[in-house]
Design a protein around this ligand. Structure first.
Ligand SMILES: Nc1ncnc2c1ncn2[C@@H]1O[C@H](COP(=O)(O)OP(=O)(O)OP(=O)(O)O)[C@@H](O)[C@H]1O
Length: 214
């Protein structure tokens, strides 16, 4: 994979709209993602292995929004899945700051519970939270992705873009430090992609700050 495809969005796109504090300055040693000399191949019926990633290295500091661009089949999803821990590289090392969340290209692979509210709450089962805490952890990300009015809706009745928003809300509810989004452009409308809303959780203030908008 040619990493010249890797572009960082301009700071302007991730400037906070509602943040009460300025974006903290970036320390070069505060790394969110680091992959070194990653190789990945798939075994096939005809040849022993087809190489997808060859000696691929990537380093992304915390607090930034990056996009992987490249032609179909060049290995973007494969690299994301390796970073998410869903695939094991054939060789190389990976570090991703946790907790991390991954949103699949197809939200049908991720949105599994009967209602929107239950789906966003699904990942919170691993935390020891009270009912009130769960309610609050569910409602804030749903508000951030513009889906507050759909809490009781059956997920089967949602459009592809709405399901994608619910999947993103579920990832945000888990207060992830790194959010890996595969093909955010598949279902979301162009204007929604451009105004992507990201949320950060401030443990000390017990507050969610919203940066830009979905
Ligand atoms: N399970 C698999 N077995 C064999 N080959 C696979 C498998 N999954 C992906 N590939 C191949 O690996 C290559 C990279 O796939 P990947 O999904 O990472 O590409 P991509 O850059 O995300 O493509 P797109 O932009 O079309 O989503 C492709 O040639 C694909 O056919």
């Amino acid at each position: 994979m040619n990493l010249s495809f890797l572009n960082r969005f301009s700071e302007r796109l991730v400037a906070p709209l509602y943040s009460t504090t300025p974006i903290r300055s970036q320390r070069t040693d505060d790394i969110a993602i680091e992959g070194r000399n990653l190789n990945f191949s798939f075994p096939t019926r005809h040849v022993k292995a087809v190489s997808i990633l060859r000696d691929c290295s990537i380093r992304i500091p915390s607090g930034q929004f990056w996009m992987l661009l490249g032609p179909n089949g060049c290995g973007k999803s494969t690299l994301l899945k390796i970073l998410a821990g869903l695939l094991k590289p054939t060789s190389g090392t990976v570090y991703v700051k946790g907790p991390k969340s991954f949103v699949f290209q197809n939200p049908d692979h991720q949105v599994v519970m009967p209602t929107v509210e239950a789906d966003v709450a699904f990942g919170l089962g691993k935390f020891n939270l009270t009912c009130d805490e769960v309610r609050s952890r569910v409602s804030r990300p749903l508000h951030a992705v513009g889906m507050s009015d759909y809490m009781q809706r059956s997920v089967q009745t949602l459009s592809g873009g709405q399901k994608q928003r619910v999947a993103i809300a579920g990832a945000l509810a888990e207060a992830c430090k790194v959010l890996l989004l595969d093909e955010l452009t598949t279902f979301l409308h162009e204007s929604d992609q451009k105004q992507g809303r990201t949320m950060t959780w401030n443990k000390e203030e017990e507050k969610t700050r919203t940066h830009s908008s979905f």
